[in-house]
Structure formats: structure tokens, C-alpha cells
Design a protein around this ligand. Structure first.
Ligand code: ADP
Ligand code: MG
Length: 586
């Protein structure tokens, strides 16, 4: 075939593929247009998960009659005048191709009227072919109807997911924008049935409640931080409220929903060692930065951004989130049925529950804590010690060891049952990380170095991790094919079998997805400490028990192990008194 210029319809369809991948992406573009037009109310009607109909109606400033044909023309926009504008974008749209793209793969009708115009204007574009605009009666604002999406791109239709999946994608999207723009009234309906509605009164927590249920909304911690042009607001979940994936980590930058992995990583680092491995927080965060300090033109769907001062933004976000987590006072213990409560912030209790979500979206929340007590008068009764003690624990008096697995101790505010393994893990971890931070890891050279031979795939894994082990105080060197020699270990682990330790570590690497850049040291350290910590079932001498208790007291986050499980259960004086009927139920 000779080289030839593609007919415009085909070129548009190719371009459309980048912007409109599925019904939810069309909804996103239309929503963004409505928000750019300063709408106060946006109504979205969907039929058949968007395949049959997507209609977005707004009460924004509308489009002047003579510009209506341009609105559906490719590379036509009112939001950008010069190339320089591209680097200080304050609107959600700017590419001028969304409407044209959608119109090339559907039957699109746009009706619009400005406040100054007496009538509205309507234009119909079918598969990219525009009919002449006509005058119609219409309210001020803009309505875009998209019918039969992808009818002329059968290949795309085939790739659409099941209706429930596409519907969920739309719900998630609208929910996120509703949270980002609480002063806008959103209304979403599917096949004539209302699905989500917000009041537009600016109350974000109320929207959270509509989306995730009142209990979750009440538990969410507010984030508010500001620093030299950077502003972070929004909500994060306490450590006891987690999900099994990152999908509920939502980030908006200058009002734009972005999928920014580094930012998510900053958040995860803020939670570091407070969440169980494989658990992720729910976050809804809004970052505002000067428009010229962020490049939004790096992705066709504008889902990624690039910061000019990436490191500064990263550390700002991390610090702000960390502060909010640490400021959190744990939810006090619940009713009589729940005798022992995990005293850490992590999900310790067996209770798992599902938030009743009125919209049917975003369900499947689990929380370790029974959250019901948060607003009960009980809250006031929870001991001051418990409120204040998210960080440290009080000085404890050792009572003894039970079942060769737990230590019992007494504090000013009741009884503590401590898991010796988890506690030792935490203590070792904090000591090791402190040494790593100060770059001063006392290492103990082995009198006779130990050789370990590993299967080839494990030896590859270990080779990759050698520098990290080195930084943690392990001197391990390649010593022939698939063989390594352990020459030194951190003194912290003195007396342990080096060969066994190394084998166990490599097995752990195997079970792991590639650790993320900056987290890697802490993760490897957490694993090493898990291997080196005393186990359940190990009898400890009174001196060893005492030493363990002291080192736990010295920890910064003594209530969870580095993997986020609780190290201790706390039975407060208050609860004991109530349980024994010494004090009337309140
Ligand atoms: P972009 O948003 O990138 O400019 P679009 O194709 O989405 O490109 O829209 C083209 C133009 O149509 C916009 O620049 C805007 O002027 C106008 N427009 C689209 N939707 C609306 C709306 N809901 N209200 C007012 N104007 C709109
Ligand atoms: Mg747009």
C-alpha cells in the first residue's frame, strides 16, 4: 500500500481511542466540561451503563450560538490561547478534543444557551458528521447527549466490560468528582433510577457518608496542611480501616483526578509500619499547587501530572499525612461483648464489617475496629491514658509469661497482654532502622564465615538485594556459582544461625512483589526482624521478659509490629470495673 493521508473520520477515530476508552471516560470529559463552565448543578443520566445513553446536563455559562459548531470540532477550545498557556493551566480541559472525539464514535447532541441569549442552539453530530445547528428552546447551560457510544467501532464495543463493571467505573468516577467539588450539586441516575445525589452545600464528610456509610465517614481523619504555595486537604482512613488494594486511594491535583503513583507512595510511606502488609488506606486528598508548577499535559486523558519540584511535593504530602495519622486518638473500646480490644490503631479485632453504601458503589469496606462507640457517650469515659497513648505506652510492671507466648504486664491504666513475638519484632525493627538512619550499624564479624548455596532463581533474587542487606549490616558476598558467604551480621541479631537467616530471607524475597524504591530498606528490615524475633512457644527467662518489655516501652510505635499487627491487647481499668459491675453501665 502506498503512503496516504488517512481520511479525517479514521484519523478522528484513532485519536478518539486515546481519549474515550470506555463509557466512564466520556462521562469524565463531559463532567470536566461542566465544571469548567462553573456549573452549580450537574445531572448525569446513564442508560445501559453508558452504551445506550450518557447525558450530562449543567447550569454553567453555556456556549454562544456561533461557537456551537466549533465546540464539536477537533482542536477547538476556549481554554487555551497560546503555547505558554499550556504551562499554567487552570481549567480541567485544554486539549479541545473531547467533544470531537466522543462525537466521532457516537451520536452526539449538544444543546446550549448562554444567559445573554434568548434561545438555545442545538447541534447533532453523528459518527463525526455534523448537521447544521438549529435554534431550540433551552435553559441556560449545556446538555450533551451521547447515544450509541462506539456503534461505529465494533472492535471497541467488543472490549467493553460487563455492564456492572462499566457502571461501577462510572459510579466511582462521579463519586470522586462529587467529593472534589462539594459545592456542586451532583445527581447521577442509571436507567432512570437515582444512584448518587449530593447537596452541593460544601460538606465533604456528608458526601463521604453517602458513599461509604456513616460509620466510615465518622472515622475518617481530616488532613489540612499548607506550606509555601502547597495546600493539602481531604481525608484519610485511620490505620484500622483498610482495603486490600490501592483503588480507594484518590488524589486530586488542582481539582483534577490523577493517578499518580509517586504521590500514593508518599501516602503509604506516611502509614509505614502502621498497616498490615497488603493493606491500603482509603484516602481522598486534594492537593493545590500553583498552576505553573505542574505540567498536566503529559497524558491524553490528563490522568497524570508532573511536578516541577517533585521532591518537595512528595515530602510535603508525606509529612502532612503522617501528622494526621499520629494526631489520631484511637476509637475507644466498644460494649461488653468486646472484652479485649486491640489497643493499637491497626485492625486487631476479628470483627469485619461491610459499610452499607447507599449508592451501591464502593462497598466492601472492612474495619478492624467496631466503630460504633465513636459517638457514644462512652467516648468520654475512655481513659485519658488511652486517648493520649497512640504513640508511646506507659511504664509497665511485668507480671509474667503465659503459654510461653504472651507476657502479662500491669500499667497505670489496666492490664496488658503482650504477644512476645510481635513485640520483639517491633523492638528489633525500630533499633535496626535507627541504626540505618544514623548509618551506624554495629556488625559482628563471624568467626568462621558460613557458605550457603541456593537454587539459581533464589540466587538471582539475593544478588539483587545484596546492596540492601549490606546497608542493613549484613556482609554477604558471592562465593562461587549460586553460593554466598555470610561474613558478618548486625550485632542486634548476635547468636542467630546465619545460614538459616539467609535462607529464610531469600524465601521472603520470593513471596514479594518488587519492593518499591524508598520503602525497600524498611521492608527488608521488617522481614529480617520477623525472622530474628523470638517465637511464640519460646520460654523466656524473667530477665529476658523484662528486657523485652523495656525495649517495647522505648519504641516509637509500640502498639503494632512492623507488619501492622497489634503487639498488645489492653484491658483498661475502666472496662474491668464495668465488667465486674463495680461501676454502673453508662
Ligand atoms: P476542552 O474542554 O479541552 O476545551 P472539549 O472538546 O471538551 O475541549 O470542549 C470544547 C469547547 O467547548 C470548550 O473549550 C468549551 O468552550 C466548550 N464547552 C464544552 N462543554 C461545555 C459546557 N458543558 N459548558 C460550556 N462550554 C462547553
Ligand atoms: Mg473538555
Amino acid at each position: 500500500m502506498p503512503i496516504h493521508i488517512l481520511p479525517p473520520e479514521i484519523a478522528s477515530q484513532i485519536a478518539a481511542g486515546e481519549v474515550v476508552e470506555r463509557p466512564a471516560s466520556a462521562v469524565k470529559e463531559l463532567l470536566e466540561n461542566a465544571l469548567d463552565a462553573h456549573a452549580r448543578a450537574v445531572t448525569i443520566a446513564i442508560a445501559q451503563a453508558g452504551r445506550q445513553l450518557i447525558e450530562v446536563r449543567d447550569d454553567g455559562h453555556g456556549i454562544p450560538a456561533d461557537e456551537v459548531p466549533l465546540a464539536v470540532t477537533r482542536h477547538a477550545t476556549s481554554k487555551l490561547a497560546s503555547a505558554a498557556d499550556l504551562f499554567r493551566i487552570a481549567t480541567l480541559g485544554f486539549r479541545g478534543e473531547a467533544l470531537a472525539s466522543i462525537a466521532s464514535v457516537s451520536r452526539l447532541t449538544l444543546t446550549s444557551r448562554t444567559a445573554a441569549a434568548e434561545t438555545g442552539t442545538r447541534i447533532l453530530v453523528d459518527g463525526g458528521h455534523a448537521a447544521p445547528p438549529e435554534k431550540v428552546a433551552a435553559p441556560v447551560g449545556t446538555t450533551v447527549r451521547v447515544e450509541n457510544l462506539f456503534y461505529n467501532v465494533p472492535a471497541r464495543l467488543k472490549f467493553l466490560k460487563k455492564e456492572v463493571t462499566e457502571r461501577r467505573a462510572i459510579n466511582t468516577l462521579v463519586a470522586r468528582y462529587a467529593l472534589a467539588y462539594p459545592q456542586v450539586r451532583f445527581k447521577l441516575q442509571h436507567d432512570g433510577k437515582p444512584s448518587l445525589q449530593t447537596s452541593g452545600n460544601g460538606d465533604r464528610r456528608a458526601i463521604l457518608a453517602a458513599l461509604y456509610g456513616a460509620d466510615v465517614a465518622r472515622q475518617m481523619l481530616e488532613v489540612q496542611a499548607e506550606e509555601e504555595g502547597l495546600r493539602l486537604t481531604g481525608f484519610i482512613s485511620p490505620t484500622g480501616l483498610t482495603r486490600s488494594n490501592r483503588r480507594e486511594m484518590t488524589f486530586f491535583v488542582n481539582g483534577r483526578w490523577v493517578q499518580d503513583l509517586p504521590l500514593n507512595r508518599a501516602i503509604l510511606q506516611a502509614y509505614h509500619t502502621l498497616l498490615m502488609v497488603g493493606r491500603f488506606p482509603l484516602t481522598v486528598l486534594f492537593l493545590d499547587v500553583p498552576p505553573e508548577s505542574v505540567d498536566v499535559n503529559v497524558h491524553p486523558t490528563k490522568a497524570e501530572v508532573r511536578f516541577r519540584e517533585h521532591d518537595r511535593v512528595f515530602s510535603f504530602v508525606q509529612r502532612a499525612v503522617r501528622r494526621a495519622i499520629l494526631a489520631y486518638a484511637p476509637v475507644p473500646a466498644g460494649g461488653a461483648a468486646q472484652l479485649w480490644t486491640a489497643s493499637g490503631g491497626a485492625s486487631g479485632s476479628a470483627a469485619a464489617w461491610t459499610a452499607s453504601s447507599s449508592s451501591g458503589t464502593l462497598t466492601d469496606w472492612e474495619a478492624g475496629h467496631a466503630p460504633a462507640a465513636a459517638s457514644a457517650p462512652d467516648a468520654a469515659a475512655s481513659s485519658a491514658a488511652e486517648q493520649a497513648s497512640f504513640g508511646g505506652i506507659p511504664i509497665l510492671r511485668l507480671v509474667g509469661q503465659v503459654g510461653a507466648t504472651y507476657l502479662i504486664a500491669e500499667g497505670p491504666d489496666g492490664l496488658y497482654l503482650i504477644d512476645q513475638h510481635a513485640a520483639h519484632e517491633r523492638a528489633l525493627f525500630e533499633k535496626l532502622m535507627a541504626q540505618v538512619r544514623t548509618q551506624n550499624i554495629p556488625a559482628q564479624a563471624l568467626l568462621s564465615p558460613v557458605s550457603v548455596t541456593l537454587p539459581p532463581h533464589q540466587s538471582d533474587l539475593l544478588n539483587e538485594q545484596l546492596p540492601v542487606l549490606q546497608r542493613l549490616g549484613f556482609e554477604v558476598v558471592p562465593f562461587g556459582p549460586n553460593t554466598f558467604q555470610v561474613r558478618a551480621m548486625p550485632s542486634l541479631f548476635g547468636g542467630q544461625d546465619p545460614a538459616q537467616a539467609l535462607r529464610a530471607l531469600v524465601e521472603d524475597f520470593e513471596g514479594d512483589e518488587t519492593p518499591l524504591g524508598e520503602e525497600i530498606e524498611a521492608r527488608v528490615a521488617a522481614r529480617v526482624c520477623k525472622r530474628m524475633a523470638v517465637k511464640g512457644g519460646q520460654v523466656l527467662t524473667p530477665a529476658e521478659q523484662e528486657a523485652l518489655l523495656r525495649s517495647l516501652e522505648a519504641c516509637e510505635s509500640p502498639r503494632t509490629c512492623p507488619h501492622g499487627r497489634p503487639t498488645m491487647l489492653h484491658l483498661s481499668v475502666d472496662m474491668l470495673e464495668r465488667q465486674f459491675g463495680r461501676r454502673g453501665a453508662r
